[in-house]
Design a binder for this molecule. Structure first.
Ligand code: 7RM
Length: 654
């Protein structure tokens, strides 16, 4: 029996990927984890496992209870007192590692700064003192709306130092999104900049803050970094220049002794409805989870130069640019700009220049590089790289292979890491010295993570497709949706009571590997078959002409729903002739006739969030010629018009 035959309501698994990649012998030999006992040990004593991980941090006072679980509310390391900024900075300096580089920062225009742990501790302490002078106290929420400059990390750590939860809002979001988030969080101050650089041009941030603050009664102060030098409006008594206030502060600020369960930050995710959810993360468990996963998934060693090419305004930046790497005393690259400025080799230039050893990025970026072709990477020395990571979406097998071949030069393991804003930390991922990887699979749950796949009744699916669930609490899990416990319980815990439901579909293969299949809200129902977006998109991307693809279901008289596909071709391919028909055939051949798209539309671009997630909701609107719904989290609003004016869809005429 195949994996799909016993299903009536779950998600069908169609794509078969048989390539296997064992960890290179040399890599495995010196890896932090190269034997499998860690999984059994963690499973046998989950609390003991996480307590051991937590003990690698410095606590002012020990916890009395590892885990207090009153579903769906967890307390980790209750009674413990800890400070995140102390763990990320002071303890490394105290251990004689103050001269280690924390960040090699590179601005988009090419300006650079090298920041050691000692520098960072002093900058953070000054900023913390400045915040206090502005009236910010322990428990006050601070909104941060900044470009990718070192002051962004400094601001987050300064908040953590004085116990003021932060909420970072993407620099790309509109003033309306900013004011919504400020109001929901009752933020008391904003830290921002005059503007930031994007593709060579300064783009304003302060101007959006001014606009947002028309409707935010709780904001008292605005601290402004000068980055671009552009003109800004100024409100006396409210607005303060960073350079006037921060550098003159004392470089010493004692860290607050926080409760393990005190709030560290809120991060808003848009979800399916318009009102964003304030995902609440706390202190001791979160830091334990991100430090542990960062160390083990990325096999972090002292001489690594680690680069998460992501935005700090995304949870990936919180956990794996700021908190995880700094807790581990790592040396990181921090880059302000886009991968294509001034040319498509910018990333590879950075890898060569700083001798980056570990690169972590999103499939959307990999596919964008794939679209341009490997020649940009081939003109640079990438021999320093030893490990590659992926995050944010399912990575299509072809993109995985391209990444492994052209960037990893067939030498580097690839870790495809599944997790969410809500999980705070990586949940499903290979351990690079141990796991035999399969392109397109996030492989198996991290030690101490009890994941499963359920059918619609909540019964486990041994092999085949269904709903991904997490059955036991983990230390970096969200503690709620800020101000809305009812929504927290309904969104994550009502579908399978007692189990966390992340909203993703997944399938498990005969080896127990997990294959993420996209959001269950995007599942299409074609003639009674429930099909995931991921597999059909991967089938399209496996055609040599295709760089990227997105599919959505649209109503169809005959089949209930029909598959409508949007396809971005590789840079050197011409989409004329019968390519649309050929692509439909191709999908039919690779995964079966039921999955063959009814329509193929060639498009120059796709609507995405800033972290690269395709906004299929908008694609459904476009496919059906409807007016667009909410577009506030769209990274680039011109994309939709570009798609609408592109070539008419090639349609199935059968
Ligand atoms: C880290 C992040 C979360 C959603 C999640 C998935 C998708 C993320 C992967 C993935 C397949 C992956 N946080 N997702 N990583 N799907 N494989 N490796 O992205 O809150 O912004 O998004 O992203 O659908 O639920 S997030």
């Amino acid at each position: 029996m195949t994996e799909t035959e016993n299903k009536h309501d779950e998600i069908e698994a169609l794509l078969a990927e048989n390539r296997l990649f064992a960890p290179p012998t040399e890599f495995a030999a010196s890896a932090r984890v190269n034997s499998p006992e860690i999984y059994a040990e963690a499973a046998a004593d989950l609390e003991g496992f996480w307590a051991k991980e937590a003990a690698q941090l410095d606590w002012f006072e020990p916890w009395h209870t590892v885990l207090d679980w009153q579903a769906p509310y967890a307390k980790w390391f209750d009674g413990g007192k800890i400070n995140v900024s102390y763990n990320c900075l002071d303890r490394h300096v105290a251990a004689g590692r103050g001269d280690r580089v924390a960040f090699y920062w590179e601005g988009e225009p090419g300006d650079t700064r090298i920041i050691t742990y000692k520098d960072l501790l002093e900058d953070v302490s000054r900023c913390a003192n400045a915040l206090k002078e502005l009236g910010i106290q322990r428990g006050d929420v601070v909104a941060i709306y900044m470009p990718m400059i070192p002051e962004l990390a400094v601001a987050m750590l300064a908040c953590a130092r004085i116990g003021a939860p932060h909420t970072v809002v993407f620099g790309g979001f509109s003033s309306a999104s900013l004011s919504d988030r400020i109001n929901d969080a009752h933020a008391k101050a904003v830290i921002t900049a005059d503007g930031g650089f994007r593709r060579g041009a300064p783009s304003g941030l302060k101007v959006n803050v001014d606009e947002a603050l028309q409707t935010t009664p709780t904001i008292e102060k605005v601290l402004v970094v000068k980055r671009t030098g552009q003109d800004v409006d100024w409100v006396e008594g409210r607005d303060v220049w960073w350079h006037d206030l921060v550098p003159s502060q004392p470089a010493d600020c004692p860290p607050e002794h926080m409760e393990s369960e005190d709030m560290l930050y809120l991060l808003y995710t848009s979800g399916t409805t318009a009102k964003p959810k304030g995902i609440l993360h706390t202190t001791g468990g979160y830091l334990t989870g991100v430090a542990s996963t960062h160390r083990l998934v990325f096999d972090i060693k002292d001489d690594d130069v680690y680069w998460a090419a992501a935005d700090i305004g995304w949870v990936t930046g919180h956990s794996y640019i700021v908190y995880g790497p700094l807790a581990n005393g790592s040396t990181s690259v921090l880059y302000e700009g886009t991968p294509d400025y001034p040319a498509w080799d910018r990333w590879w230039d950075i890898v060569e220049k700083y001798k980056v050893t570990i690169l972590y990025c999103a499939p959307t970026a990999i596919r964008a590089h794939m679209k341009q072709g490997p020649q940009f990477a081939q003109t640079h020395d990438l021999s320093s790289l030893r490990l590659l990571g992926s995050v944010g979406e399912p990575i299509n097998p072809e993109a995985w292979i391209w990444y492994q071949k052209y960037i990893g030069q067939e030498r580097c393991p690839v870790v495809d890491t599944w997790w969410q804003t809500e999980t705070g930390m990586i949940m499903i991922s290979p351990l690079p010295g141990l796991t035999v990887t399969k392109p397109g699979s996030a492989t198996t749950p991290f030690p101490g993570i009890d994941a499963d796949i359920f059918d619609h009744n909540g019964d486990p699916v041994e092999t085949g497709g269904g709903y991904l669930v997490i059955k036991k609490p983990w230390p970096a899990m969200l503690r709620g949706i800020y101000g809305d416990p009812e929504r927290y319980e309904r969104t994550y815990w009502a579908r399978f009571p007692g189990n966390y439901f992340p909203g993703d579909g997944a399938r498990r293969d005969v080896d127990g590997y997990y294959w993420l299949m996209g959001r269950v809200d995007d599942v299409m129902n074609v003639s009674g078959h429930r099909l995931s977006t991921t597999e059909i998109e991967s089938a399209l991307v496996s055609h040599p002409a295709v760089a990227e693809a997105a599919v959505v279901g649209i109503p169809d008289d005959l089949t209930g729903e029909a598959i409508f596909s949007f396809v971005i071709l590789k840079a050197d391919v011409d989409g004329n002739g019968d390519l649309g028909a050929e692509l439909r055939q191709h999908v039919g051949k690779v995964i079966g006739p039921i999955a063959r798209p009814k329509s193929v539309m060639f498009t120059p671009d796709l609507p995405k969030t800033r972290s690269g997630k395709i906004m299929r909701r908008l694609l459904r609107d476009i496919a059906q010629n409807r007016p667009l719904g909410d577009t506030t989290t769209l990274a680039d609003t011109s994309v939709v018009e570009a798609i609408r004016s592109s070539s008419a869809a090639a349609s199935d005429d059968e």
